[in-house]
Ligand binder design. Structure first.
Ligand code: SF4
Length: 522
């Protein structure tokens, strides 16, 4: 048992629903107790879809358990097929149904339905949503294409040159309830189009069964979201010889690396870095003098593996921030996240316990948090500025306006949304100089249009726990601490307490504070 209040991912059948709902002509029969239809709301409210997800629930109740629940599954499968007439059927179980072991998928497979049936085995007690989505997409691709795999792998990603056509790639991984997938697809399509590369199939988002059958016609697979599509890309490589990309184009450097990788795999001449960099405003905005005050800002990053890794690189190489914490809840991505953290002199936080993440965030005393919806809540409690970079998300992260994360325009969106929560440079400077203004008080961020700002001074002090209950701050020590600008005050408090402990002092006055400052800057 694990006491859980918030969870970063849903159960794996929600991942399967994401695949079914993202596609057209695919229906999902889900053996699940009454009440599991709650997941419909994720699509109709958060994604604001104008239709119910293509899911038929068996919605069994307590009284059904005394009867024949297997017959209930069969009835729902028959009704769903008659009513929706899908091109392919997914059949699986939710957590509770997994316990009663009706083998829903095997039952449906034995019914002679005359269409591809994918039997989903998603272990709800050991795996989660993204794994469920990846497994569902993989099983669907495999079921539809396994009989089409060639006996010998002869695929040549450069064959388009002889065939006198433009190169063609598939975009794999975008799905509903993914982070900004809708606009990432448009941006990557535009980006590839500029370089004369066509997009064949986008899947699962918007794909039909016929589209999946066309996947082998592409020269190359672009794996946009490894959490969802890596297993399918690897299978297509093994079975059809189609290579796939490993760079995810989020950020300037990553977009450039992605373009170079795609060009090389397709046998084209890669674009120069300078040509690409001019396509986005981020490099100039970040170099322009107004961004000087961003240098060295301490940032704590947490999210799914792909977005956390991308954010770390952007922070370090493109915005001049200092990454003081990096972690993910995606256990599947623990390895690369650990490696990236190590390269920055950090130990990665691999956890799906938001309280552990919140504690790590408080201990790192950052000036900015880049995280999920959960970190937004934690950062609010700690009085820290925050921007959302990854799922889980709320409805405000499925905006009406175009807001990709990928490609050149994605970098523009990222620059704006990550800098926005920080205090503007002039205000930061003035608050440091004049502490007694009746309006622009300590922690105030007037550009956010409210009196307290997301980082009001009193709240900020909550961010920093006293290391040792025996340590006492004298009034004079506290007064001196208050003179430190609020966004670095957490770090100063923590350093001073560490210093006091290590030198055997139990009272912290202004002198201790300056001794600590001298000690840490020595
Ligand atoms: S079956 Fe799973 S998802 Fe459905 S209500 Fe029970 S625990 Fe939640």
């Amino acid at each position: 048992m694990q006491l859980t209040l918030w969870t970063y991912e849903g159960p794996p059948h929600v991942g399967a629903m994401r695949i079914a709902a993202s596609m057209e002509g695919v229906h999902y029969v889900l053996h699940a107790p009454q009440g599991d239809t709650y997941a419909d709301l994720l699509f109709t409210m958060i994604e604001r879809r104008d239709q119910r997800p293509p899911v038929t629930y068996t919605t069994f109740q307590a009284r059904d358990l005394g009867g024949d629940t297997a017959e209930l599954v069969k009835r729902h499968v028959r009704e769903a097929v008659d009513r929706f007439q899908p091109d392919a059927l997914l059949v699986g179980e939710s957590c509770t149904a997994e316990l009663i072991q009706d083998q829903a998928g095997a039952l449906a497979n034995s019914m002679g339905l005359g269409m591809p049936v994918v039997n989903l085995e998603l272990p709800a007690y050991s795996k989660k949503e993204n794994w469920g989505a990846a497994e569902t997409f993989y099983q669907l691709v495999r079921t539809l294409l396994k009989d089409h795999a060639p006996a010998e792998l002869t695929h040549d990603p450069k064959a388009w040159q002889q065939q006198g056509r433009r190169p063609r790639v598939n975009l794999l991984g975008p799905s509903l309830l993914g982070f900004r997938c809708r606009d990432d697809v448009l941006e990557v399509q535009r980006l590839l189009g500029i370089h004369g590369i066509d997009v064949g199939v986008v899947a699962p988002l918007g794909a039909t069964v016929a589209d999946v059958l066309r996947l082998p016609e592409a020269d190359l697979n672009v794996c946009l979201y490894p959490e969802i599509a890596e297993s399918s890309c690897a299978w297509l490589e093994r079975s059809f010889g189609i290579p796939f990309t490993s760079n995810v184009p989020i950020g300037i450097g990553a977009t450039q690396d992605f373009l170079v990788e795609v060009h090389n795999l397709l046998g084209m001449t890669p674009p120069s870095p300078q040509a690409g960099i001019r396509q986005s405003r981020l490099p100039w905005y970040s170099e322009s003098v107004d961004s000087t005050y961003l240098t060295g800002k301490r940032v704590f990053i947490f999210g799914d593996g792909t977005h956390a890794l991308a954010a770390a690189r952007i922070c370090k190489d493109e915005l001049g921030f200092e990454v003081v914490g990096l972690g993910t809840y995606s256990r599947e991505m623990a390895r690369p996240v650990r490696a990236a953290a190590k390269a920055m002199g950090l130990e990665a936080l691999i956890s799906d316990d938001y309280l552990e993440v919140e504690a790590a965030m408080a201990a790192a005393a950052p000036e900015l948090v880049l995280g999920t919806q959960m970190e937004r809540h934690s950062a609010k409690r700690l009085g820290l500025p925050c921007a959302v970079i990854s799922t889980p998300m709320h409805v405000q992260d499925v905006p009406a306006r175009n807001s990709p994360q990928m490609g050149w325009e994605g970098a523009n969106v990222i620059f704006d949304s990550w800098v926005h929560p920080l205090m503007m440079g002039l205000e930061e400077h003035l608050i440091g100089m004049f502490r007694h203004d009746f309006e622009f008080v300590d922690g105030h961020q007037s550009h956010l249009g409210h009196a307290g700002g997301s980082g009001a001074g009193a709240e900020t002090d909550v961010a920093v726990s006293t290391l040792n209950d025996e340590l006492v701050w004298t009034a004079d020590g506290e007064a001196e601490l208050k003179k430190i600008p609020f966004f670095v005050r957490g770090k100063v408090r923590r350093n001073t307490e560490t210093f006091a402990k290590s030198t055997g002092r139990n009272q912290i006055d202004s002198e201790t504070l300056y001794d600590a400052k001298a000690h840490f800057s020595a």
